[in-house]
Design a protein around this ligand. Structure first.
Ligand SMILES: [Ca+2]
Ligand SMILES: [Ca+2]
Ligand SMILES: [Ca+2]
Length: 470
């Protein structure tokens, strides 16, 4: 029996708050209002978003802080967790035994954290040997984007995720480089609030090396963890074309801004997600890739909504994963659901701001993946999201994590579908960088190919397809 272990789907589940961590939105950013708050509640206020007048409150003497009229609202600082695969959970023991009795190299983390950030390298030329195995690139006709556009040149895509292996040979030349920052001088040269931020920032560990620290498969099986999610996402967007190695992304001249906010254990917070979004907007990203989300209700989501709204106001597009459904306990598989009508939809995909493009996942037969959520209002289109080949840390490439013949874990998820769309937006935008966000979005959505499996499930009724691009 073949199991498609949709484990590395990485929709994150926002559930519990940190104990005594609240996000506080003030009406005005004045010392007086902050002092009053601190007097009432004790503890510490740290700035989360200057633009959002948002602070994090920790360590006070109350469980829930008291507020006065200077406070606009309070919101719990939610944990954002990896949403483990139902089939992984159901088969955890069997997988554990198989791995334990195999000679598979699973030492880890194989790649130590925070390697020095290398400079761009001289690349060989020649075709990309693995590109022929990347079915998704053929499905969307990425070759036409390579031939008909400047391939994303001049466009910056912020990958808000688990970090990026910024030294990966197929990514190193496409990392965004902060031209206004002098590396390693210990000074915040561009005065953006971050010292020596060369390729982005790590909002999880608060350092200038947003490296994609991963865990070994056994640890991931035993709990949860990151196998290199952000690096995989980045390769779909902008791995280098015709450099004689690996594959090529949809927009191989676009630049990747690495914004790590989910750690190696697969956990982040609302606070760090907001910081990553604000950084992207303030530092020149055109597109944000958000291959994350969580089950939600309306409660405690205002800060994240406001951050995405700030991106919208600055003309930054936001490609977002529809989410990977929920566990069907009867079958042990994950079943997608309609996030438009669900009382616990997936956020942020359901917010539906004008800059958002929600993405569902399709398989190589253009069927909607069994785990993929949908939504006629919230989700715009489908894109490849089953067994996706891309870059992973340590100059490697994967479409499959575990292959025991009888049990296979592949790189599946709406997380994998979203960067196809982010890359396509970058390619389109690069044709004329003076276009505005709405125009680029409209062009992309106007190019979809009608697809039966999503005809009544996504707004366009179709899938990402660049074949009509001229
Ligand atoms: Ca700086
Ligand atoms: Ca780091
Ligand atoms: Ca390549």
């Amino acid at each position: 029996m073949n199991f498609w272990i949709t484990s590395f789907i990485f929709v994150c589940l926002a559930t519990q708050a940190f104990s005594q961590e609240y996000l506080v939105r003030f009406n005005a950013d004045t010392e007086e209002s902050r002092n009053k708050f601190s007097q009432m509640n004790g503890g510490r206020l740290e700035l989360v978003s200057k633009e959002g007048i948002l602070y994090k409150w920790t360590g006070g003497h109350r469980a829930v802080p008291k507020v006065d009229s200077t406070v606009s609202y309070l919101s719990k600082n939610k944990k954002i967790r990896i949403f483990q695969s139902p089939s992984l959970i159901e088969n955890q023991r069997a997988l554990f035994n198989l791995l334990n009795n195999s000679d598979m190299d699973r030492r880890g983390p194989a790649y130590p954290d925070n390697p020095e950030i290398k400079s761009p390298s001289i690349q060989a030329s020649g075709s990309d040997p693995l590109l022929k195995n990347a079915w998704g690139m053929f499905s969307i006709d990425a070759a036409n984007a390579h031939n008909s556009t400047p391939q994303g040149k001049g466009i910056v895509v912020a990958v808000t995720d688990t970090g990026v292996d910024y030294n990966h040979a197929d990514l190193i030349n496409n990392m965004w480089r902060n031209a206004k920052e002098n590396p390693d001088n210990g000074i915040d040269d561009d005065q953006n609030g971050y010292v020596d931020d060369v390729v982005g920032w790590d909002f999880h560990s608060n350092d200038n090396k947003p490296y994609d620290l991963s865990m070994d498969l056994m640890d991931i099986l035993l709990g949860s963890g990151n196998p290199g999610h952000g690096t995989h996402v980045s390769g779909v967007i902008a791995s280098s074309l015709k450099n004689n190695i690996g594959l090529a992304g949809v927009a191989p001249q676009a630049k990747i801004m690495a914004l790590r906010f989910i750690g190696e254990k697969g956990e982040g917070s609302t606070e760090s997600a907001i910081k990553a979004i604000d950084y992207a907007v303030a530092n020149g990203a055109n597109i944000i890739n958000a291959s994350w989300g969580g089950e939600s209700g309306e409660e405690d989501e205002q800060p994240l909504k406001e951050a995405i709204h700030r991106a919208e106001a600055k003309g930054v597009l936001f490609a977002v994963a529809a989410g990977n459904g929920r566990l069907n306990s009867a079958t042990g598989t994950s079943a997608g659901f309609d996030i438009d009508s669900d009382p616990k939809p997936i956020s942020p995909a359901v917010y539906n701001f004008n800059n958002m493009i929600g993405v569902a996942a399709l398989d190589s037969n253009n069927e909607l993946a069994a785990f993929s959520n949908w939504g006629k209002n919230s989700i715009k289109l489908g894109a490849p999201g089953v067994k996706i080949l891309s870059t992973v840390p340590g100059d490697r490439y994967q479409d499959t994590l575990i292959d025991f013949g009888s049990i296979t874990a592949t790189w599946d998820g709406t997380s994998m579908a979203t960067p196809f769309v982010a890359g396509a937006l970058a390619a389109l935008w690069s044709k004329d960088t003076s276009q505005n966000a709405q125009s680029v979005k409209a062009k992309l959505l106007g190019m979809v190919t009608s697809t039966t499996s999503v005809s009544s499930k996504v707004e366009t009724g179709g899938r990402l397809d660049l074949h009509s691009l001229r």
